[in-house]
Design a protein around this ligand. Structure first.
Ligand SMILES: Cc1cc2nc3c(=O)[nH]c(=O)nc-3n(C[C@H](O)[C@H](O)[C@H](O)COP(=O)(O)O)c2cc1C
Length: 233
């Protein structure tokens, strides 16, 4: 097919996803829906082999039940990923939110090693027992969410959405105030996936107060009064 003429970035984009090939659509939607948190996920096979892999099609969608979703694709050759197989067979997994402290090691776990090589050993992670699920927890991870499978929804022959209920929440000292459950974000330092090989640390924080309707009305009234005053001046 002849290459379309080069179009400059200045003209913007307005496109039907069906008009894009799979690779371009992946680049586009993954590049636009950012930043994404990363779930370094440990699972255990029915034979007891522990697996770890990072996934950025990940987020939390409900707090009671506390439900997290993972988007798990097949391997490039179409075969199922170890994580998907293990979750399907055992119904349990542990999600570690990737932080600056473990980002490089988590990335090592994304390499498709032969099945007799352990990502955990190669990345030099240490395992410790989880509290309510069988797959172990990564000791170096500041935050671990122990999960039980709720459902696996196939989106296509090679893509599944996995919903899991968080059944235990563990954090390292210094991350969460255990009385008020405030998170110390500067101690936590989660990392975001952007696209390709790009990641981001949290930048400058800012606050936006969400107003009640009556607060909004008061604010608007004050603004209107100021405008009237300045017209009369
Ligand atoms: C930062 C990062 C995010 C990733 N996100 C996903 C994802 O959301 N879904 C997916 O299927 N693979 C994702 N991958 C690729 C998997 O980590 C990779 O295929 C891994 O080898 C799967 O391991 P497993 O076969 O042991 O489950 C990601 C890789 C990296 C480095």
């Amino acid at each position: 097919m002849p290459k379309p003429p080069h179009t400059p970035i200045e003209i913007g984009l307005d496109i039907d996803p069906d008009d894009l090939g799979q690779r371009d659509l992946y680049k586009l939607v993954c590049g636009l829906v950012v930043p994404r948190p990363i779930a370094l996920t440990t699972t255990m096979s029915v034979n007891g082999v522990v697996n770890a892999a990072p996934f950025s099609f990940f987020n939390i969608f409900s707090e009671r039940p506390a439900v997290v979703a993972l988007g798990l694709n097949s391997k490039p050759d179409g075969s199922i990923k170890d994580t998907t197989r293990n979750i399907r067979e055992t119904g349990e997994y542990v999600i570690h939110v990737v932080t600056q402290s473990i980002a490089e090691k988590a990335n090592v776990c994304a390499t498709e090693f032969p099945s007799d090589m352990s990502e955990i050993d190669i990345a030099r992670f240490t395992l410790k027992p989880s509290l309510v699920v069988s797959p172990p927890t990564i000791a170096e991870a500041p935050v671990a969410l122990e999960c039980r499978l709720m459902s696996i929804t196939p989106l296509s022959p090679v893509r599944n959405i996995v919903l899991g209920e968080v059944v235990r929440i563990r954090t390292a000292p210094g991350i969460v105030d255990p009385e008020r459950f405030h998170v110390d974000i500067s101690a936590y330092r989660p990392v975001a996936r952007l696209f390709g090989n790009l990641y981001a640390r949290l930048g400058e924080l800012f606050e936006l107060k969400r107003l009640t309707y009556s607060e909004w009305q008061d604010k608007e009234a004050t603004k209107a009064a100021k405008e009237t005053d300045s017209v009369q001046d």
